[in-house]
Write a protein that binds this ligand. Structure first.
Ligand code: SAM
Ligand code: DTB
Ligand code: SF4
Length: 331
């Protein structure tokens, strides 16, 4: 979708935008279902990158201590518990700049993925930058989706991160797609961006070929010690508008109402589901930050007459359209 089309939608009267997003949602996602994903930080803190929103960067005094890679048996225990609790996707995050084929830690991660994959849930990882070889090995080990957010517009990215570029993010996403994994890519609201930045981000995401399989929309959780610690909260209507635009621009994607739900009332979350969100992180903790309690989420879904989504492991990564350029496009 073009920037101008997105902007036309974003600026509609609120209820008109919701009406249009809802129509797209009902066509593509007729079941009242929400995907439940469990997140686990398998390697926390001490990251070399300077993402100014992140508590795990070693550059900021956020109070998050650098830890080592979690032992495989502990990760498997958490994955089994997630499956028991009804999660259909298990997403493992590591605070690394990236991974390198042949390194000890990457071999360890591959071993972990193989065993988690055998549990039958969708397996997602988010480990930072990947080359073609690393992507192929992760796919081979059983990763079904790779999370790598573009986070904001190409124009604003350099104000938020200086240790890697927007193009680096796109390159990794290309490698993920080439290896046949689904792409999970979205962003954060509340980084001091303009509405146009949000729409540029959605423009870039919607022009991926194939489009992302899931799109996390995070609301900044200001982390003490980070440069964005004192940021003003994003208005809930702006969150809902962005979700509605994501639903319209990328109709087949799961749009995940991600970080920041602890600061959204149940009514605000319901508004976001109505606008097109159909996935959440489920469980008391995100990576380092809090998330609503699982029972509270199940109660909310029940109140809304929505059901947890069935596993979708066999759903192939979206296919590329042959006549469009393959590389993720920035313009
Ligand atoms: N290191 C990997 C990377 O950068 O892709 C994976 C982990 S990173 C923490 C994953 C995503 O979490 C970021 O791209 C960002 O969208 C989100 N995130 C991190 N800190 C956040 C915060 N304080 N508030 C909201 N979202 C946040
Ligand atoms: C995503 O878009 N959000 C998740 C996941 N992908 C890896 C991470 C949210 C992190 C929130 C802050 C924290 O827990 O430190
Ligand atoms: Fe590191 Fe990822 Fe945090 Fe950036 S967002 S500092 S790459 S863990």
């Amino acid at each position: 979708m073009t920037f101008d089309e997105l902007k036309t939608h974003y600026e509609l009267p609120f209820f008109e935008l919701l009406k249009r997003a809802r129509a797209v949602h009902e066509k593509h996602w007729p079941e009242d279902e929400v995907q439940l994903c469990t997140l686990l930080s398998i390697k926390t803190g001490g990251c070399s990158e300077d993402c100014s929103y992140c508590a795990q960067s070693a550059r900021y005094d956020s109070g998050v201590e650098a830890e080592r890679l979690m032992p495989k048996c502990d990760i498997l225990e958490r994955a089994r518990a997630a499956r028991e609790n009804g999660s259909t996707r298990f997403c493992m995050g590591a605070a690394w700049k990236g991974v390198r084929a042949g390194s000890k830690r990457f071999e360890e991660v591959l071993g972990i993925v193989r065993e988690v994959s055998a549990l039958g849930m969708e397996v997602c990882t988010t480990l930072g930058e990947l080359g073609a070889e690393e992507a192929a090995q992760l796919k081979e080990a059983g990763v079904t989706a790779y999370n790598h957010n573009i986070d904001t517009s190409p124009e604003h990215y350099g104000n938020i991160v200086t240790t890697h570029t927007f193009q680096d993010r796109l390159d990794t996403i290309r490698h993920v797609q080439d290896a046949g994994m689904s792409v999970c890519s979205g962003g954060i609201l509340g980084l001091g961006e303009t509405a146009d930045d949000r729409l540029r981000m959605l423009e870039v995401l919607s022009n991926f070929n194939p489009p992302p399989e899931s799109v996390p929309i995070n609301k900044l959780m200001p982390m003490p010690g980070t440069p964005l610690a004192g940021s003003a909260p994003v208005d809930t209507f702006d969150v809902a508008r962005t979700i509605a635009c994501a639903r319209i621009a990328i109709p087949g994607a799961k749009v995940r109402l991600s970080a920041g739900r602890t600061e959204l009332s149940e009514e605000a979350q319901a508004l976001c589901f109505f606008a097109g969100a159909n996935s959440i992180f489920y469980g008391d903790k995100l990576l380092t930050a809090k998330n609503p309690r699982a029972e509270q989420d199940l109660r909310l879904l029940e109140k809304l007459g929505m059901r947890p989504q069935a596993p979708d492991r066999d759903r192939a990564a979206p296919e590329a359209e042959p006549e469009r350029p393959l590389a993720p496009q920035t313009a």
